[in-house]
Design a protein. Structure first.
Length: 369
């Protein structure tokens, strides 16, 4: 008996230590390394490695990066004859140094345009803009940026084309032109059409028609980016699955490019990411200002698990799954569609601790293989 006690103590300590260290060394990118890239969206501070702890988390967990904001045209091309690549150079260097898959977001988007771009009123000027903009940026990062969101959010919810400054000046042709220009500047880069809510039936029909048309007119489209700004109860797994199947039947890769799951009440049952939609806040609309109750934490974990279970089922069709941010504190969902709320949409909390959602994603792989 005298000898058994210390022996038992040693064994349990060993077990505890090995479990903890296993958890601490496991990572999303390693768990899913044979399935698809696991990406994240980086803020300017993260690109500039302002916080060391955050940086080690990024390098440990993710093998693909997107710039959350700094590669949007208002930052890269602030004036007609002026480009600013200071931060995007750092972003690309960061990805290269850490051997990550580097995704460019985004070339042609109606939002976050520089003010001078909004004023382009005729087709000659718009054509010249597109040519210069796409050619300059894509050529600069030729062979370095692996894939591009060539066109972002060109569709309305009913599947028709959004009345953007591009459509107004050039008509539908701007879509194929953009893909042709990007392919010419870097023939090896993978070119994506990226949008939110394109797993919803009507918008999906529009996205399929759009991709088919660009291809039929000689544009190279390699993939579709389903953003994935989702909710706890919608979209259904069935609609997501239908989308994966229908898009991949077009011969394109499917990526989930901006995944997050809001856990907060939704005014007017809002879906997607139309950033012009804003609402007044109230305590009722911000129910978890201090911490997320266990019951919702569990729901979030279950939701992530069922989504990733589906992704694994179709891993042969999926190229990348990128979370829209590294941790909850950084998420745009703290400010949309109501400013100043506390949301919990990602696998890591604001203190960089992994949540049950994270554990559920690792567990899925443990039980599978
Ligand atoms: O997360 C981005 C947020 O910081 C910006 O304020 C916002 C402004 O446009 O853009 C957010 O990212 C969007 C992405 O670029 C395109 N799809 C929707 C995303 C969430 O709005």
């Amino acid at each position: 008996m005298k000898f058994i006690k210390p022996y038992l103590f040693a064994v349990t300590t060993l077990l505890a230590v090995s479990c903890t260290s296993q958890k601490e060394t496991a990572s999303l990118k390693d768990a899913y390394k044979n399935d698809f890239y696991i990406g994240t969206a980086l803020s300017a501070d993260q690109i500039e490695v302002k916080k060391v702890k955050e940086d080690s988390l990024i390098r440990k967990e993710f093998n693909a990066i997107t710039a959350e904001n700094i590669m949007k045209s208002m930052y890269t091309h602030p004036e007609k004859d002026k480009y600013d690549f200071a931060l995007s150079d750092k972003f690309v260097a960061y990805g290269e140094k850490n051997k990550m898959f580097i995704h460019g977001h985004t070339l042609i988007w109606h939002s976050q345009l520089a003010p001078w771009m909004e004023k382009i009123a005729d087709s000659t000027e718009m054509k010249a803009f597109m040519q210069d903009h796409i050619n300059t940026i894509v050529s600069k990062y030729k062979g370095k940026i692996n894939s591009w969101d060539v066109v972002n959010e060109a569709l309305n919810e009913d599947g028709t084309l959004r009345q953007s400054v591009f459509l107004k000046t050039l008509g539908e042709k701007y879509l194929v032109d953009a893909f042709k220009l990007a392919a010419k500047a870097d023939p090896k880069a993978e070119l994506y059409y990226n949008d939110y809510n394109i797993e919803e039936p009507a918008k999906r029909v529009g996205a399929i028609a759009l991709i088919k048309k660009i291809k039929a007119e000689g544009g190279k489209v390699d993939g579709v980016g389903i953003q994935g700004h989702w909710r706890l109860n919608s979209p259904s797994i069935e609609e997501i699955e239908k989308s994966i199947l229908e898009y991949s039947a077009l011969g394109v890769k499917v990526a989930f490019t901006e995944l997050d799951i809001t856990v907060l009440p939704n005014p007017w049952d809002l879906k997607g990411a139309e950033i012009s939609q804003k609402f007044e806040g109230s305590a009722k609309m911000n129910p978890y200002p201090k911490a997320l109750p266990d019951s919702i934490q569990n729901k979030l974990a279950e939701r992530y698990a069922s989504i990733f279970k589906l992704f694994l089922k179709h891993k042969d069709k999926i190229s990348r799954v990128t979370f829209w941010g590294v941790h909850d504190g950084q998420s745009w969902l703290n400010d949309w569609p109501i400013k100043g709320r506390t949301n919990y949409p990602l696998p890591f909390d604001k203190d960089l601790r992994h949540k049950k959602a994270y554990d559920s994603l690792l567990k899925l792989k443990e039980t599978k293989e």
